[in-house]
Design a protein around this ligand. Structure first.
Ligand code: IMP
Length: 182
């Protein structure tokens, strides 16, 4: 069993589901934590985990993710959470009005505190910003992020096979499994 620290229920559900396919049990440590500001997701995740390690005695991991839009020079990137809370999907759609280059990607960085140090694992998924919100499932920017013609919010659980989170967790869970076999 391993603790996953997040206050975001959508993230926890996905992580739990993906972990199950690796035979790994994840326990939800539901709490907020301090995130330093910065332009680098990996550094933000690493420093957050180092700070949190002073309070959490057990081994744990957290995940920091963001939506990057090249036509907006990478915005909202590391500020995704704030941008989602303030202007949301409508705000992004407005910024993208009349923009032809609709490419976008999600990045996820897992930071794992193993009791002594922080290890990080990254995942990325490439897609496009839709012209309108579609789909009822998922969370956050899922209704406007298109992958292979469908938004993540339309894909439901199929999202978990291709998402940035899935790809970051893949590396992390393989690492944990490798430790078991030592
Ligand atoms: P954070 O990792 O908690 O800082 O979240 C970054 C922001 O990106 C939040 O507003 C999330 O809603 C959004 N986000 C992260 N992962 C996803 C995802 O898989 N789908 C849609 N939005 C996401």
């Amino acid at each position: 069993m391993i603790y996953f620290v997040t206050s975001n229920e959508g993230k926890f559900r996905e992580v739990k589901e993906i972990a199950k396919s690796y035979g790994i049990e994840v326990e939800w440590l539901k709490r907020e934590y301090l995130e330093p500001q910065g332009n680098d997701l990996e550094e933000i995740a690493r420093i957050s985990a180092e700070i949190l390690a002073k309070e959490v005695r057990e081994k744990f991991f957290l995940e920091d993710s963001g939506l990057f839009i090249p036509a907006l020079n990478g915005f909202p990137g590391p500020y995704s959470s704030y941008v989602f809370k303030t202007v949301g999907n409508e705000g992004i759609l407005k910024l993208m009005e009349g923009v032809e280059d609709r490419r976008a990607y999600f990045l996820a960085v897992i930071a794992f505190w193993d009791g002594e140090r922080v290890l990080t694992f990254k995942g990325r998924v490439d897609g496009r910003i839709a012209h309108e919100m579609r789909g009822e499932r998922g969370f956050g920017f899922d209704p406007i992020f298109e992958y292979d013609g469908r938004t993540f919010a339309e894909m439901g659980e199929e999202k978990n096979e291709v998402s940035h989170r899935r790809r970051a967790l893949e590396g992390f869970f393989k690492y944990l499994k490798g430790l078991e076999n030592l």
